[in-house]
Design a protein around this ligand. Structure first.
Ligand code: FEO
Length: 172
């Protein structure tokens, strides 16, 4: 069983993961409305992955005999002035999530909770990927600038992104 401090911190993280899911779902609907189905698809996959992150934490608490507490999800923005701005928001948000994960690792280390620290390593690696991906999108959008054909091509490419549940690809 995890300590009460770690249980509370992971419950907070579950809420942060659901908030992330809600943010990306909102971005997905916004870009669908803007006539960019590929970008909408990309954010929808992101939304699904964030739900998986929350589930992974929930399953971990349950497996340890701890209590999951689902808290209210704060409101998210519903529109963004540009694709570039949305991805800058995404990158900044992922940096915040990285710091939250790092904080969980610190608590687990302080408590010599090696099992939890081990579980968290998956998230440490995932965050490197999340930040890298968001940065890559920003770089591409800056290269394209306002070029309509470039945006159209990128939208077509992002329509190909498919969702792979983490349970089949990353859990040990
Ligand atoms: Fe669950 Fe995008 O961090």
């Amino acid at each position: 069983m995890l300590s009460k401090e770690l249980e509370a911190a992971i419950n907070k993280q579950i809420n942060a993961e659901f908030w992330s899911a809600y943010l990306y779902l909102s971005m997905s609907t916004h870009f669908a409305h803007e006539g960019l189905p590929g970008f909408a698809n990309w954010f929808k996959v992101q939304f699904q992955e964030e739900q998986d992150h929350a589930m992974k934490f929930m399953n971990y608490l349950i497996s340890k005999g701890n209590k999951v507490e689902l808290k209210p999800i704060e409101k998210v923005d519903t529109s963004w002035e540009s694709l570039l701005q949305a991805f800058e928001v995404t990158l900044n948000h992922e940096r915040v999530v990285t710091s939250l994960i790092n904080n969980l690792v610190s608590i687990a280390r302080k408590e010599n909770d090696y099992a939890t620290e081990n579980m968290l390593q998956w998230f440490v690696s995932e965050q490197v990927e999340e930040e890298e991906t968001a940065q890559g999108m920003i770089d591409s959008l800056k290269l394209i600038g306002g070029n309509g054909f470039g945006i159209y091509t990128m939208d077509k490419e992002l329509a190909q992104r498919t969702y792979t549940p983490i349970s089949s690809s990353s859990e040990s």
